[in-house]
Design a protein around this ligand. Structure first.
Ligand code: PMP
Length: 360
């Protein structure tokens, strides 16, 4: 039976990448050892690491005035690293809270920065949860940065337009990086935990405009110091060598698949298919305003929540796994990152249609 894994993260990885990693596990590049057993300073490892960075730069068309860092920790590490690195202790910073993750980032920033201003929050409207229009955000004059989360993994809420911010724009792209083409030059900092569209958990990518690298607080944990990690090519201390390798393999796979343009088309097609199923069937409901619906994470509720457990059990019997909603919101959630094929979403929609018919 084919398994379609809708996990929100750690999420499914492309099968081709896993097979290659398996084949290379005991013998990487003909050396008779795995990639985990060589020095990160060895020429062969450094060459692999640099190729991974170059491939990410190519995929995202990252301009030369941006540094790319491969760092420890996942997304959350940057909730504290960003304020420490980008703002002085007495600065004012702006945050937009659109769901669970940006709320946590907002709360974390208060530990490090003088004034953390809440510029806007997602709100309930007649058509579902929505992000206020940019012109209604309460932005601070002279803010060190504006932080937001373009795709809220738990809530399935997305901002599809890039805010036209005067302050450097900082984006938590953990669950949407590489999902579709993006104009990196509009951002000051992009960060992402790896475990959705990149590779294994505990690893992260930071894309930072070089003029923002100057450290503004003198007590930043050195491992999380963007300036130090840039100067040391992300090897101030031993990086997660396995995660870097596997992420590099995902980048190669992405290039071979046609890059982010092809991913964007496929991701939008998958999302369209699933939202159509939900909207056309009164048995299912999604509570996000159509303009703010995520293409990666689709939460939905059954008209009969007492059938949640049955839905999950019968879905799993057909190989459709990890559909349980986040514990904060309940119901169901289908996460469909780059590695999820269109057929996976098609199989889910087929199952949902049959399940609704049986249980009307
Ligand atoms: N930000 C977002 C948008 C996320 O989805 C997640 C993880 N699901 C995180 C941050 C936290 O990532 P980590 O657990 O790797 O710290």
């Amino acid at each position: 039976m084919t398994i379609h894994n809708f996990s929100a993260g750690p999420a499914m990885l492309p099968a081709a990448v896993l097979k290659k990693a398996q084949a290379e596990l005991l013998d990487w590049q003909g050396r008779g050892v795995s990639v985990m057993e060589v020095s990160h300073r060895s020429p062969e490892y450094v060459a692999m690491a640099e190729e991974a960075e170059q491939n990410l730069r190519d995929l995202m068309a990252i301009p030369d005035n941006y540094a790319v860092l491969f760092m420890h920790g996942g997304g959350r590490n940057h909730f504290s690293a960003v304020p420490q690195n980008i703002a002085s202790a007495d600065a004012t910073v702006d945050y937009v809270t659109t769901g669970s993750w940006s709320q946590i980032a907002f709360d974390e920033a208060k530990k490090y920065v003088g004034k953390v201003n809440l510029a806007a929050s997602a709100e309930d409207t007649a058509q579902g949860k929505a992000i206020p229009q940019f012109e209604n955000w309460q932005l601070s004059e002279g803010a060190a940065y504006l932080h937001y989360c373009p795709n809220e993994t738990v809530d399935g809420i997305a901002l599809h337009e890039i805010p036209d911010s005067k302050a450097p724009l900082v984006a938590d792209m953990s669950s949407v990086i590489l999902a579709e083409p993006l104009d990196v030059s509009k951002f000051g900092v992009i960060y992402a935990g790896a475990q959705k569209n990149i590779g294994p958990s505990g690893f992260s990518v930071v894309i930072i405009r070089k003029d923002l690298l100057e450290t503004r607080q003198n007590r930043v944990c050195t491992v999380m110091n963007y300036q130090v990690q840039d100067a040391e090519r992300s090897m101030y201390n031993t990086p997660n060598t396995w995660a870097w390798y596997l992420s590099g393999e995902v980048f190669k796979w992405l290039k071979a698949e046609g890059g982010v343009a092809a991913m964007g088309e496929r991701n939008h097609a998958k999302a369209r298919l699933l939202y159509e199923c939900i909207d056309n069937n009164p048995f299912y409901q999604n509570q996000v305003h159509p303009r703010n619906r995520s293409i990666m994470n689709v939460p939905f509720q059954l008209a009969k929540p007492e059938l949640d457990a049955t839905f999950l059990k019968e879905a799993a019997e057909e190989g459709l796994v990890a559909l349980k909603g986040h514990r904060f919101v309940g119901g169901m959630r289908a996460s469909m990152y780059n590695a999820m094929p269109y057929e996976g979403t098609q199989a889910l929609v087929d199952f949902m249609t049959r399940f609704a018919q049986r249980n009307r």
